[in-house]
Write a new protein. Structure first.
Length: 145
């Protein structure tokens, strides 16, 4: 079963991420209180899987993801796929390309994370998320996998 293991938000741009037990996700915006939540944008929520973080020796939240998953190969998700998590529905909108901030964490990390930084999503339906919530992947036409 794919699930949420951590939730985070950035209280301010470039500020340390805050870990949350629950997160209110706003439709067409992102996580409430997150400096990166933007109405009408493609970069509303960032997902990264725990397995990638473990393989790279990184702690959850350090690469600024909003949702850390387990049991879901986030980097294999396709643009347009939808994720159902509790009452929240997300649509995969873009690959998250590593930026220069990654170099501040560890020299060479930007290159190491190429193709592995996670996927950005738009919020199609908002609601409350919590650690342990199951993640169900559905195709763009509503087919689950």
């Amino acid at each position: 079963m794919a699930e949420i293991v951590h939730l985070f938000r950035a209280p301010k741009r470039r500020a340390a991420m805050e870990q949350l037990a629950t997160a209110n996700v706003r439709e067409n915006a992102g996580i409430e209180g997150c400096a990166h939540a933007r109405p009408n944008g493609t970069r509303q929520v960032l997902l990264v899987d725990q397995e990638t973080l473990d393989a790279m020796g990184l702690t959850p939240g350090i690469i600024r993801e909003n949702i850390t998953t387990r049991g879901l190969e986030v980097n294999a998700l396709k643009i347009g796929e939808r994720l159902q998590i509790s009452e929240v529905e997300l649509e995969v909108s873009a690959v998250c390309e590593p930026c220069e901030l990654m170099e501040e964490l560890r020299p060479g990390l930007m290159a190491e994370l190429a193709g592995r930084r996670g996927m950005l999503c738009r919020v199609l339906r908002g609601g409350l998320l919590k650690q342990g919530d199951e993640i169900v992947v559905a195709g763009a036409a509503g087919n689950t996998r």
